[in-house]
Design a protein around this ligand. Structure first.
Ligand code: SAM
Length: 204
């Protein structure tokens, strides 16, 4: 956790919000996919590796009342808390390494944009999948966005594992059924194009 945390804290402390390559002013695709799976505003949602993403703002505006953001970087979550002001009190915040975390409850929707792909070794991938299994009940929706097979090989100075929806589903194992998929070409603040795949899976 220490090296991972140090890396990401440094990234968030040394870059302005809109300077990081993954910045999105309006995470529209994530919001649309979450809303499609969470009609009831009481549906619990966790944004895994949410960093300083504005998806939490959008979820609160949309009326969701049980929203959790987890990230290894306290600096990242601090940035979101500052941006939200008093509304931050309506969110549960968890500082944890997803590859070394024991959830104490389940969520109806698990959302991860650009986090699982940083886990490039089998041990940490297995730990993520175990956390995912423990944090979701049968019927839960799982949305995982990673760099696509034709996406970048690195992000934030780190190597990534690229996926198609099929290779991602195969990696997650038989408890997760692929029920939807989308591709997105993300435009970074510096104007580079990055191909993402967004997979929608259902927990069996
Ligand atoms: C590329 S950023 C994406 C942030 C956010 N999901 C978004 O779409 O804006 C990756 C995020 O994953 C977090 N992260 C990286 N490794 C992690 C780990 N092992 N456990 C939890 N969070 C992690 C980083 O701190 C960072 O906020």
């Amino acid at each position: 956790m220490d090296e991972t945390r140090k890396h990401w804290d440094e990234v968030y402390r040394s870059n302005a919000e809109a300077e990081v390559s993954w910045f999105q002013e309006h995470p529209e695709r994530s919001l649309a996919m979450i809303e499609a799976m969470a009609h009831e505003r009481s549906t619990s949602i966790i944004d895994v590796g949410g960093g300083a993403s504005r998806i939490v703002d959008e979820l609160l505006i949309a009326g969701y009342v049980d929203v959790t953001v987890l990230d290894v970087s306290e600096a990242a979550l601090g940035r979101s808390k500052t941006r939200l002001g008093p509304r931050a009190a309506n969110v549960k915040w968890i500082v944890a390494d997803i590859a070394n975390w024991s959830p104490d409850r389940t969520w109806g929707v698990w959302h991860d944009r650009a986090v699982f792909h940083f886990l490039t070794d089998a041990t940490s991938q297995k730990a993520y999948i175990e956390a995912l299994e423990r944090a979701t009940a049968p019927g839960a929706a799982v949305i995982i966005a990673t760099f696509a097979l034709d996406g970048p090989e690195r992000c934030s100075g780190l190597p990534v594992q690229r996926y198609s929806p099929d290779t991602l589903a195969a990696r997650l194992g038989p408890r997760f059924h692929l029920v939807g998929q989308q591709v997105e070409t993300h435009l970074t603040p510096k104007g580079a194009q990055q191909r993402f795949q967004f997979s929608l899976l259902k927990r069996a």
